[in-house]
Ligand binder design. Structure first.
Ligand SMILES: [Zn+2]
Length: 180
């Protein structure tokens, strides 16, 4: 890459970088361009979730068949475990829908403001970018905004992946799983 990129060269590089990145084979669920495919069209993270669904459903069904000898609280815990695994799959697929087309999407300043705001709340517990949508719109070209969106989203995605199970369990506990 040239040392001093300015103007259209910079825009071109952003577009080329994203194009080459999104040409890679991607996970069917999360569409992550930096997570190599592992098995059955899924990355390791999503494949683990798919196995967790199969295992938790099998244990749940088996336990309900002999429910007389198993405490109700244990059966409920197994139901919750199966629901959580299914919810994790929904979240992984939602991640793919949210970030799978950044390279061609019309990324606006508001979308960037939301990404930076989410990151800010994670790091410092408050939003340092509230109202900055116009700043992004007036400072960056479309391809530069796409690249910024990709870079910031990679941090937000990593956080979501690391906390997938807890986020899924919290959504089920608070009843949001039934609405999606
Ligand atoms: Zn995946």
């Amino acid at each position: 890459m040239p040392k001093d990129l300015t103007g259209s060269s910079c825009q071109d590089y952003a577009a080329q970088f994203l194009k080459s990145l999104f040409q890679r084979p991607r996970c069917d669920w999360c569409q992550h361009v930096e997570q190599p495919l592992y098995r059955r069209g899924l990355c390791r993270h999503c494949y683990r979730i798919s196995r967790q669904i199969v295992r938790s459903e099998a244990v749940r069904k088996q336990s309900h068949q002999v429910r007389g000898s198993i405490p109700t609280s244990h059966l409920l815990a197994l139901d919750l475990s199966a629901k959580t695994a299914r919810r994790m799959a929904v979240l992984a697929k939602s991640e793919g829908q949210a970030y799978g087309d950044i390279h061609v999407r019309s990324v606006g300043g508001l979308a960037l403001e939301r990404q930076f705001s989410r990151l800010s709340r994670c790091f410092v517990g408050r939003d340092l970018f509230d109202g900055d949508a116009t700043l992004f719109d007036w400072s960056f070209t479309l391809n530069q905004k796409r690249l910024l969106d990709y870079l910031v989203s990679s941090l937000n995605r990593e956080f979501a992946r690391r906390h997938r199970q807890g986020i899924a369990a919290a959504q089920i506990t608070h009843g949001s799983a039934s609405r999606s």
